[in-house]
Ligand binder design. Structure first.
Ligand SMILES: NC(=O)c1ccc[n+]([C@@H]2O[C@H](COP(=O)([O-])OP(=O)(O)OC[C@H]3O[C@@H](n4cnc5c(N)ncnc54)[C@H](O)[C@@H]3O)[C@@H](O)[C@H]2O)c1
Length: 379
C-alpha cells in the first residue's frame, strides 16, 4: 500500500526555499500564505497553486489540509506560529531563531513536549548545518578523526544595514529583533554546526550550552542601533568544552557567514574565510605539520548527501535549504530522525537570549536554562 504524500503549507516568502527539498522527498505543497499580495502571487505561481490555496491569513493555514507547516516569517512570529501549528496537530519547521524571548522559549518547549507525545515533529531550519563542509566535518568528527573535540568557533559577519529600514524609512523587524537588542541575537548559523560537532551527533543533545558570557566592541559604524558592531559570545558546555561565536551585522566588509574553527586532541579544521580560499584540515595521523584540503576527505560525505548533492546545490545556501527541507519531510514521515531537535533549537536560541543579559552585566557568565527547566514551565 502506498503512503500518501506529506502535504505542506509554506508561510512567508522565505519558506519557498524549502520547495526543492520537499519535492525531492515526495512531499506536496498544498497551500502558501503571505501577507504581501505580490509575494503571495509569486509563491502561488512557483508552487502551481490555484487562488483558493493562496492564503493571506495564518489562521486559514491551520484550517487547511496541511500535515506540516514551514514557518518563514519574521523572527518574533516564529514561536507563536509554531506553537499554534503544533497545537493544531501540524508538524513544524521554523526559521531561525526559534524564539525572541525566554518566555517564548518556555512556551515553545512545552508545546513541543505535548506535540511529541502525538508523534509531531518540530525542527528548526538551521541550514548552516547542511552545507557541504559542515556535513563533511560532522562525518569526520563522528569517525573520530579529530579525536576528542573540545573547542570550536563560528562567525556570522553579514553587513545587512540596507535591510534595517524599509523603502519608506520605517524600521523593519530586523531593526527591532536583530540589531535592536545588544547581544548575540542571531547566532544559530554559527552555533548550529559547531555545537553539532562538539556533540558528535546531529540528532541527540547530550552536552548543551550551560552558560554564556558576552561582550561587544562598542558602537561605531551605525550607532543608531542597540547592538554593538561586533558581539562575541563564549559558550561553556555542560562537559566543560568551549565555543566562541562572533556576530556582526553592521560593520563595513564583505560577508563571511560560514567561518568556522574546530580543535580536537588529534586534529584541527579551519574553514575558508573569504571566497577563493580553501577549507583546511590537519590530522595527527599525517605527521607533517602542513594542512590538507578538506576535499581530500570527500569520501567521508554521508551517502544521503552524495546521492542528492547535484540536486541540492541548485537550491540556496550551498545546498543547506534543500537538505533542511528534505530531512524535515523525511522526519515527518518517520523515515529519519529529526536532525535539529527542539532541545538543540532552544538551547542555541536561549544561549543568544541569555547573552543579552550577560552583555548588560559587563560580560558576566550566566546560566542558560536547560530543556527540563524550559519545558517544565506552563505553556
Ligand atoms: N536560514 C537562512 O539562511 C535565512 C535566510 C533569510 C531569512 N531567514 C529567516 O527567515 C525569516 C524571514 O526573513 P526575510 O529575509 O524573508 O524577511 P523579509 O522581511 O524580507 O520578509 C518577511 C516576509 O514575511 C511576510 N509576513 C509577515 N508576517 C506574515 C504573516 N503573519 N503571515 C505570512 N507572511 C507574513 C512579509 O509579507 C514578508 O514578505 C527571518 O526569520 C529570517 O531570520 C533565514
Amino acid at each position: 500500500m502506498s503512503v500518501p504524500p506529506l502535504r505542506v503549507a509554506l508561510v512567508a516568502k522565505r519558506a519557498l526555499a524549502a520547495l526543492p527539498g520537499l519535492r525531492a522527498a515526495g512531499a506536496v505543497v498544498c497551500a502558501v500564505c503571505e501577507t504581501d499580495p505580490q509575494q503571495l502571487a509569486r509563491m502561488g505561481e512557483a508552487c502551481g497553486l490555484p487562488e483558493s490555496r493562496r492564503l493571506s491569513d495564518y489562521a486559514d493555514v491551520l484550517c487547511s489540509e496541511a500535515d506540516a507547516v514551514v514557518v518563514g516569517t519574521p523572527m518574533h512570529l516564529h514561536a507563536p506560529q509554531a506553537i499554534a501549528a503544533l497545537e493544531a496537530g501540524r508538524h513544524v519547521m521554523s526559521a531561525v531563531t526559534a524564539a525572541v524571548s525566554l518566555d517564548q522559549c518556555r512556551a515553545l518547549a512545552a508545546a513541543c513536549e505535548r506535540a511529541r507525545a502525538h508523534g509531531l515533529v518540530y525542527m528548526m531550519d538551521e541550514n548552516a548545518c547542511f552545507r557541504r563542509h559542515t556535513v563533511l566535518i560532522r562525518s569526520l568528527v563522528r569517525r573520530g578523526a579529530f579525536g576528542d573535540v573540545y573547542y570550536a568557533e563560528g562567525e556570522y559577519l553579514h553587513d545587512v544595514k540596507h535591510l534595517h529600514h524599509g523603502p519608506d524609512g520605517a524600521p523593519t523587524w530586523r531593526s527591532t529583533w536583530q540589531v535592536g537588542r545588544n547581544g548575540c541575537t542571531y547566532g544559530t548559523h554559527s552555533l548550529g554546526p559547531i555545537l553539532q560537532w562538539l556533540q558528535g551527533t546531529s540528532t541527540g543533545y547530550p552536552d548543551p550550552i550551560a552558560s554564556v558570557s558576552c561582550l561587544g566592541s562598542g558602537r561605531h559604524t551605525d550607532p543608531e542601533h542597540a547592538m554593538e558592531d561586533t558581539v562575541v559570545m563564549l559558550c561553556k558546555l555542560a562537559s566543560g568544552r568551549l565555543a566562541r561565536v562572533r556576530v556582526d551585522m553592521l560593520s563595513n566588509r564583505p560577508q563571511a557567514v560560514s567561518n568556522y574553527t574546530l580543535q580536537g586532541t588529534e586534529g584541527a579544521y579551519e574553514s575558508q574565510r573569504a571566497s577563493g580560499e580553501r577549507h583546511r584540515v590537519w590530522l595527527s595521523t599525517r605527521r607533517e605539520r602542513s594542512w590538507q584540503e578538506l576535499d581530500d576527505f570527500a569520501d567521508d560525505l554521508p551517502e544521503w548527501y552524495r546521492t542528492l548533492a547535484s540536486q541540492a546545490t541548485e537550491g540556496g545556501h550551498g545546498g543547506g535549504d534543500f537538505f533542511t527541507a528534505w530531512w524535515f519531510a523525511q522526519a515527518c514521515l518517520g523515515i529519519r530522525e529529526v536532525p535539529i531537535t527542539p532541545e538543540a533549537a532552544l538551547n542555541w536560541t536561549a544561549a543568544g537570549l541569555v547573552s543579552q543579559d550577560s552583555i548588560r552585566q559587563g560580560g558576566m557568565p550566566l546560566p542558560v536554562p536547560g530543556w527540563a527547566e524550559l519545558a517544565r514551565a506552563p505553556g
